[in-house]
Design a protein around this ligand. Structure first.
Ligand SMILES: [Zn+2]
Length: 160
């Protein structure tokens, strides 16, 4: 089975038009942007820098594109890490519930592993969904550089 050596990937160059946070007690963040679709050619091997021009403001953005094989591998690693986070979360939670629910004999403190398990619960709870989404949407294209202010631009994956 032979695979084509070059393939393309669809990305969106996102130009942030405005990013406002209004309200004092109930803060609402309103972001408006304009996406422009681009087809980026993947390199035959390794990684390659490509320059994309934002059609809204003519800014040139520098992006890095990886091969399809490399992209798939990174995506798979992220998904494995997400799965591991879920496993650690469940184990840490089970341990914390077990240790925390015990009545300790007089003068005995909780084992040192207890705060570690609590910390693990919080860390993995936040990391698992992030890693999962990153793994699902990773397309091998990352933004390297953009004219300041940098946060006015982004390169977003496009499903398709
Ligand atoms: Zn722009």
């Amino acid at each position: 089975m032979s695979r084509p050596t070059t393939s393309t990937v669809d990305v969106a160059v996102r130009h942030i038009l405005s990013d406002r946070t209004t309200g004092f007690l109930t803060r609402t963040r309103r972001i408006t942007w304009r996406d422009s679709l681009y087809k980026v050619r993947r390199p035959a091997s390794g990684k390659q820098s490509v320059e994309l021009t934002c059609p809204v403001c003519d800014a040139s953005l520098l992006a890095e594109v990886r091969t399809e094989a490399r992209t798939r591998r990174t995506s798979a690693v992220l998904l494995v890490l997400a799965a591991l986070s879920v496993v650690v979360f469940v184990l840490a939670l089970a341990y914390a519930v077990h240790e925390g629910g015990r009545t300790l004999p007089e003068g005995q403190s909780l084992p040192a592993l207890f705060p570690v398990s609590i910390l693990s619960i919080f860390v993995t709870f936040a990391a698992a969904p992030t890693l999962f989404l990153r793994g699902r949407h990773y397309n091998g294209v990352t933004m390297l550089d953009a004219p300041k202010p940098r946060r006015m631009h982004g390169i977003k994956p496009v499903r398709g």
